[in-house]
Design a protein around this ligand. Structure first.
Ligand SMILES: [Zn+2]
Length: 94
């Protein structure tokens, strides 16, 4: 499974690089490579994180601001509405 992830990333990278370097001639091929790589990544994500909702498996969490860290008040705590994953972030001036 890990090999497929790597292959997907390589495809995406190769697609992006060839798109930049040879845009005029390679654009359709490059975009095809990027899309294929992205689909491989998505397929792996779908298979590996079965306990999470689909958007969360793809990394699209929906965070709500739930409070502040007890030790560091400038640290905000966010929690994903769907999978309850917790993220902490510092906001300047907050
Ligand atoms: Zn989530």
């Amino acid at each position: 499974m890990k090999k497929l992830t790597t292959a997907g990333l390589i495809l995406i990278m190769a697609g992006v690089i060839s798109l930049i370097l040879f845009f005029d001639t390679m654009a359709p091929v490059s975009i095809g490579m990027i899309v294929t790589g992205a689909l491989m990544e998505a397929a792996v994500a779908m298979k590996t994180k079965k306990d999470r909702p689909v958007p969360c498996r793809l990394g699209f969490h929906r965070y709500d601001h739930t409070g502040y860290d007890e030790e560091n008040r400038s640290m905000r705590i966010y929690q994903c509405r769907r999978c309850h994953k917790i993220k902490k972030a510092v906001l300047g001036g907050g």
